[in-house]
Design a protein around this ligand. Structure first.
Ligand SMILES: N[C@@H](CCC(=O)N[C@@H](CS)C(=O)NCC(=O)O)C(=O)O
Length: 203
């Protein structure tokens, strides 16, 4: 199994942390996501339909889209207790892609990357809108986590790896992380395989 990722990529962090937690041995290659797409390695370009990380190669098949990769790995390594748990997990994975994953990465890129890469700079209007969205989305998570250790209850699920990924970089962006979410992130940082994102995803 081989994973392509990059230290800045919360999308890649979801998969890397999940593999570490599952204790699955794998090869890892860091792709320069700021390079011209056509200059990336042939192996990566062939495997990655949209030339994005994360991309996973396993048994000669190529897998893309972080949340879809989490589902593939969960099925392969039997992480869903039953179909109801899988369904609940899918609901959160879709929510992540459309909610927290559609405001926090953009706010972070604006603060962390836009000096070097102006294409990540947000207009004031876009920034304000995404900030309002973040506050709402993180509020939803905080409410959910008020009376449980993990998003589906008392045990960790693939959805936790997805929902937490960009929040693990929250010190790089001027946002507030509410209490229940912060406690949940600490719980995740205590899981096996955890290292800081930059350590986990370094080349
Ligand atoms: N929806 C995708 C998003 C993947 C994505 O946007 N990857 C970024 C890094 S976070 C990337 O590879 N960017 C490089 C590029 O687009 O050339 C997922 O969930 O995996």
């Amino acid at each position: 199994m081989k994973l392509f990722g990059h230290p800045y990529s919360g999308h890649a962090l979801k998969v890397k942390f999940f593999l570490a937690w599952l204790e699955i041995e794998h090869q890892y290659e860091c792709v320069d996501i700021f390079s011209e797409r056509s200059t990336r390695s042939d192996e990566f370009l062939k495997a990655s339909k949209f030339s994005e990380v994360p991309t996973l190669i396993d048994d000669g098949q190529c897998y893309i889209q972080s949340n879809a990769i989490l589902v593939y790995l969960s099925d392969k390594f039997r992480q869903f207790k039953n179909s109801n748990e899988k369904q609940k997990c899918l609901e959160w994975l879709v929510w992540e892609a459309n909610k927290i994953g559609m405001c926090l990465p953009q706010l972070r890129a604006n603060e962390k990357l836009s000096k070097t890469y102006p294409e990540f700079r947000l207009s004031q209007g876009a920034h304000d809108w995404l900030s309002i969205r973040y506050k709402h989305d993180v509020g939803v998570l905080d409410k959910e986590l008020a009376d449980k250790s993990f998003i589906l209850g008392n045990s960790i699920s693939p959805a936790d790896f997805s929902l937490s990924a960009y929040l693990m970089y929250s010190d790089e962006v001027s946002i507030e992380v509410p209490q229940n979410v912060e406690r949940w992130l600490d719980r995740l940082r205590k899981q096996k395989g955890w290292q800081s994102p930059y350590e986990m995803l370094k080349g």
